[in-house]
Write a protein that binds this ligand. Structure first.
Ligand SMILES: Nc1nc2c(c(=O)[nH]1)N[C@H]1C(S)=C(S)[C@@H](COP(=O)(O)O)O[C@H]1N2
Ligand SMILES: [Mo]
Length: 331
């Protein structure tokens, strides 16, 4: 059943007890009720709830509304990972290599002013300010599974719109076969870009048809709020059928090219991280199996690892992109 009990969602806790996740889930329950036509007095409390949420938000993040998505596969009904886990267990090497480092260090990231340069093989190269980007298309909520190559996973309610919306606006030329994503490389605000783990800036890439797939998301928020810095503020990519490292954070440049981009992890360890990096339980990492995953938040004593799904469960939507390709060779 989709409808949850009222007990947890609609009680009236003191404002200091409200976490972004509780506010959000209350709203989510309400939306489900409204969809079934059962909403009543609960609606009136929404404004109050929102006002309280402003006070209760620890990071003082602004609300970012996302309409429901109609893109097939864009909303999984699986249990959401807690806001706290999504924002405190991160990979963002510019701020350190431990999972807790980004939450601790990324407050130095300066997200205003911000702009994204669109260049290369396009008819309309342009520099988009963040404000331009936010207005470019309708923000939607996408609830995606997120699978890190290290073997853990989450379920994250992102807010954003399909990357294809931006691509259509800039009109790629016929010769554009790939898209390169360059992320911020600022030694003044990012303490670890001097480290030699990676060749900075962090660069990622997609084939043009992958970039145009409606599930490839340009994201500005999560849990109905703007992205916290540690999750890639103010704008990042989310490619749900690929390992997490394909989803570059804090994007500053999008470049259209005729050659497969040299990507950060592929350059650092080509035998371990391929260009495609589609989630694939049958292709192990040279140092560990990819057959199963640990869902963050489920790590109690009796928690079982889950089976990892082909293309992270998005095979019905994206399988066609790879028809006839040897996925062991093009891993
Ligand atoms: N710029 C940049 N983007 C990045 C990374 C990074 O280190 N730097 N890490 C990647 C990896 S390995 C993962 S799993 C995801 C993590 O995103 P999250 O912390 O929002 O869950 O971001 C990806 N994007
Ligand atoms: Mo990752």
């Amino acid at each position: 059943m989709l409808i949850k009990s009222h007990k947890d969602g609609f009680s009236h806790p003191a404002s200091n007890e409200i976490t972004p996740q509780r506010v959000y889930e209350g709203r989510r329950d309400l939306m489900k009720l409204m969809a079934t036509g059962v909403a009543g007095a609960a609606m009136a409390s929404m404004a109050v709830r929102d006002a309280r949420a402003q006070v209760a938000r620890p990071g003082k993040l602004a609300a970012l509304a996302g309409a429901k998505s109609n893109v097939p596969g864009a909303v999984t009904m699986e249990k959401l990972t807690a806001y706290k886990d999504i924002t405190s267990y991160n990979n963002f090497y510019e701020f350190g290599a431990d999972k807790g480092d980004p939450a601790e260090n990324a407050h130095t990231l300066k997200t205003t002013p911000w702009s994204v340069e669109v260049e290369g093989l396009v008819k309309k190269p342009a520099r988009y300010t963040l404000e331009d980007l936010l207005k470019l298309s309708t923000q939607e909520e996408r609830i995606y599974r997120h699978r890190c190559v290290e073997g853990w996973s989450m379920v994250i309610p992102w807010v954003g719109y399909s990357l294809s919306e931006l691509i259509k606006k800039v009109e790629p030329l016929g010769g554009a076969k790939y898209v390169e994503f360059v992320t911020l490389d600022d030694p003044k605000t990012m303490p670890f870009v001097g480290s030699r783990v990676l060749d900075w800036p962090y660069v990622e890439g997609l084939r043009m048809d992958e970039a145009l797939h409606p599930l490839a998301l340009l994201s500005f928020g999560l849990y109905g709020e703007v992205l916290p810095n540690q999750d890639g503020a103010p704008v990042r990519l989310v490619v749900p059928w690929k390992y997490g490292f394909k989803s570059g954070k804090s994007l500053v440049k999008i470049r259209f090219t005729d050659k497969q981009p040299a990507t950060a992890w592929n350059k650092a360890a080509p035998a371990e991280y391929g260009f495609y990096s589609n989630v694939n339980p049958d292709v192990d990492h040279p140092r560990w199996s990819q057959a199963t995953e640990r869902r963050i938040g489920e790590d109690g004593l009796f928690a079982k690892r889950r089976k990892t799904l082909m293309f992270n469960g998005y095979e019905p939507q994206v399988g066609q992109l790879y028809a006839g390709m040897d996925l062991k060779k093009y891993f």
